[in-house]
Design a protein around this ligand. Structure first.
Ligand SMILES: [Zn+2]
Length: 286
């Protein structure tokens, strides 16, 4: 009962706190500590005490304009990220990624309306538009340019309108590592189609895919080529006919044993002994 009251109280105070922050935003004050890119936080004195305002940060604002120019001229968010990184025009000391570019070019804060509470508390998901509290800020980019970029974005960048890659599993996902930087490899696809109308699929270094060749030179290899080479090697050296016979023999012993095992019962020590025996004879150390 007391717990319930506690919970109600904390929920009520949470609601009250959010209402206060919403009012704060409506009056043009920033809740939070990390300003959106292009802005910095400035403390101002008010009758209700010191509050935070977003003001333009000139160096970052110039990078925002350059980002928009590059996006209009280039081929999408990823190539924009690469261009910026190549020229050393970084995002607060970090390399640009495709997601960062999309976040900045789609934020209406750059045209004078920053939406407070656009993202949920985790900062990942976008809340319904009715929850946003618009807050007036100084403008960094012209409306026409902003609009053009939004239209291009819908056409160019995957997520909302592009066809998804076929979801066939990546055989080596999570196992392959880039020999240059040690990061994992991921699926890379330009969206271009091969002669069969299927998208080209390659493995490449995750760092290269996200931030371009300034982060890592990367190494591209076709998914089909590498998968079949590795499967071929496994078939030839690991699953020899002899080994396959052993595995089949052992697994039939194991399943015969487990079939007889009474349900929900102990006696699992025997079963695991059999299992580990079959694993070692199957040559799993290879
Ligand atoms: Zn790498």
């Amino acid at each position: 009962m007391f717990e319930l009251i506690d919970q109600l109280e904390s929920e009520t105070s949470g609601v009250r706190k959010r209402a206060g922050m919403a009012e704060n935003a409506r009056q043009g004050y920033f809740n939070g500590s990390k300003p959106p890119f292009g802005f910095r936080v400035e403390k101002v004195a008010t009758s209700a005490g010191p509050k935070n305002k977003l003001v333009i940060e000139p160096t970052e604002a110039e990078l925002v304009r350059e980002l928009f120019r590059q996006y209009l001229a280039g081929g999408g968010a990823k190539s924009t990220a690469r261009h910026m990184n190549q020229r050393g025009l970084l995002y607060r000391k970090h390399l640009w990624t495709r997601d960062l570019v999309l976040r900045v070019v789609s934020d209406s804060g750059v045209v004078g309306t920053y939406n407070w509470d656009r993202l949920d508390s985790g900062g990942k998901r976008i809340r319904p538009e009715s929850d946003w509290i618009p807050m007036a800020v100084e403008r960094i980019v012209d409306d026409e340019i902003f609009q053009m970029v939004q239209e291009l974005r819908l056409r160019r960048d995957p997520g909302r309108n592009s066809r998804r890659l076929p979801s066939s599993p990546l055989f080596l996902a999570g196992l392959l590592r880039c020999s240059l930087c040690g990061d994992t490899c991921q699926l890379e696809s330009s969206g271009k189609l091969d002669a069969n109308g299927e998208p080209y699929r390659d493995y490449n270094c995750r760092r290269f895919c996200r931030s371009g060749k300034e982060a890592c030179a990367g190494y591209r290899i076709s998914v089909d080529t590498l998968d079949s080479a590795i499967l071929g090697h496994i078939a030839e050296h690991v699953f020899t006919a002899e080994r396959c016979h052993e595995i089949l023999r052992d697994s039939s012993k194991t399943s015969a044993f487990s079939d007889k095992r009474p349900p929900n019962n102990a006696g699992s020590s025997n079963a695991s002994a059999t299992n580990s025996a079959s694993a070692s004879s199957a040559g799993m150390s290879v």
